[in-house]
Design a protein around this ligand. Structure first.
Ligand code: NAP
Ligand code: HSE
Length: 433
């Protein structure tokens, strides 16, 4: 049976998974497509590194050119990560006439216009299913299943590492650093895990989804981002007592004249489906004008689920190259000339959770609520934990009604300067479904 030769760039968590899937399910794929995808070469950094997966050592190379110049290799699969040299390899592979599959959200969220443009110019397939949501077919859902819909909004848990950390902290009292270490060990985290915890990985992903959904290239630098690096078990617990679970949510919302793209920790009502997404699972809650609400749920990070997404793109790339389809607007993606105003965060209104650290003495609450009142922020409920010792700061937790972000920033600046307040106020937004 005819073989289709693939060049793999990278043999880490995802590269190994792709290799193992193609080995294990070779017969099944052969039966389904009548062709055999075969990995001919694997680019790595270090030839001496010991690998857990059994591979013919002759497949490994440290020369990208060896893969690029091999006329037999029709599909290049970039699983290195980061910007350089990954972006350069993807562009050169497209220019050389190879179909390209990548799991790299960073290059697409920062240079997507250039990369998608290059794929279009050369009439090549560019698959990026694994760049968002691990094994969940969110990209194919948007590119194919929902192509007839105007997408109104996508709200999701799009980072497995941070969801794993938040779950372990709340459910097992695990320390943040320990939970992160576990996520790294399990292969969920980025090579630089700062990108996970500071929200940038989620920003890359929501930028890609917003670009796809709204038809205008949105860069990750346009996304408002807050991560979970300052998250405190105390806030996870207080939120739970109020009936909320804190998750790192990513939002892409289209209104008539503007779009909102943002990533930040959010309090979700405990009974909402997104509150039940645990560990390295991801979920996308999207709304289209005809389909209505759709929920996609699955494993958002890790070797096997991500390999599943990459192989799905490899098969589409084979179909594309084998039958040499004409580049259709969705293959590869093109962008219209539409450009949207991105709504400034200052203008967005939320309900809020505040945790003040204040001295427990008469008049403190009225001072704080006086400042909130001045900025038109109305309180919905308050809990104060009693002091253990005199002059000790205590947490005062407040939930508010809707208020403008701009007003909240001004009010908290004033409150944090009060003599009775001993530490910066913690602030989280509440998702009102
Ligand atoms: P990884 O485990 O760090 O593996 C990276 C691989 O790339 C390694 O094999 C490394 O070679 C190779 N490499 C790095 N720099 C190189 C260079 N300059 N030249 C040649 N080879 C180089 O990364 P990963 O977790 O598999 O992630 C790969 C991509 O998939 C990233 O874009 C990531 O964001 C994305 N992704 C990951 C997941 C996940 O769950 N891990 C999920 C979805 C998407 P050596 O082995 O010799 O060091
Ligand atoms: N580091 C990413 C995450 C990998 O934790 O979600 C999947 O894209």
């Amino acid at each position: 049976m005819e073989e289709v030769k693939i060049g793999l760039l990278g043999f880490g968590t995802v590269g190994t998974g792709v290799f193992e899937l193609l080995e294990k399910n070779r017969e099944l794929i052969k039966e389904r497509i009548g062709l055999v995808p075969v990995i001919k070469k694997i680019l790595v950094r270090d030839l001496k590194k010991s690998r857990n997966t059994q591979v013919n050592p002759e497949l490994f190379t440290t020369s990208f050119e060896e893969i690029l110049e091999d006329p037999e290799i029709s599909i290049v699969c970039e699983l290195i990560g980061g910007i350089s040299p990954a972006k350069d390899y993807v562009l050169r592979a497209l220019q050389k006439g190879k179909e390209v599959v990548t799991a790299n959200k960073a290059i697409l969220a920062e240079y997507g216009d250039e990369i998608w443009g290059e794929a279009l110019k050369n009439g090549r397939f560019l698959g990026f299913e694994a760049s968002v949501g691990g094994g969940i077919p969110i990209i194919k859902t948007l590119r194919e299943a929902l192509i007839g819909n105007e997408i109104k909004s996508i709200v999701g848990i799009v980072n497995g590492t941070t969801n794993y950390i938040l779950t372990k902290m709340l459910e097992e009292n695990m320390d943040f650093r320990e939970a992160l270490k576990e996520a790294q060990k399990k292969g969920y985290a980025e090579a630089d895990p700062t990108l996970d915890i500071n929200g940038m990985d989620a920003a890359h992903k929501i930028a890609i989804l917003a670009s796809l959904s709204f038809g205008s290239f949105i860069k990750s630098s346009q996304v408002y981002v807050e991560g979970i690096e300052d998250i405190d078990l105390m806030d996870l617990t207080f939120a739970k007592n109020f009936g909320y679970i804190i998750k790192l949510l990513a939002y892409a919302i289209k209104q008539k004249n503007y779009i909102e793209v943002r990533v930040h920790p959010t309090l979700i009502p405990e009974n909402h489906v997104l509150a039940s997404i645990r560990l390295n699972y991801n979920a996308f809650y999207l709304t289209g004008d005809f389909v209505g609400d759709v929920l996609l749920y699955g494993l958002g990070a890790g070797k096997e689920p991500t390999a599943s997404a990459v192989v799905s793109d490899i098969i589409t790339a084979i179909e594309f190259s084998y039958f040499r389809k004409k580049p259709f607007i969705k293959y590869p993606l093109t962008f219209s000339q539409k450009s949207y105003k991105i709504r400034s965060m200052d203008e967005v209104e939320f309900k809020y959770y505040f945790r003040f650290s204040a001295l427990d003495k008469p008049g403190v609450l009225s001072k704080i609520s006086g400042v909130l009142g001045k900025y038109n922020i109305s309180i919905a409920s308050v809990v104060q934990i009693g002091r253990q010792k005199k002059k000790q700061a205590v947490p005062i937790v407040m939930l508010t009604h809707e208020a403008k972000e701009k007003n909240v920033a001004k009010a908290l600046e004033e409150i944090d300067n009060l003599e009775v307040v001993s530490a910066p106020t913690k602030k989280y937004r509440i998702m009102d479904f």
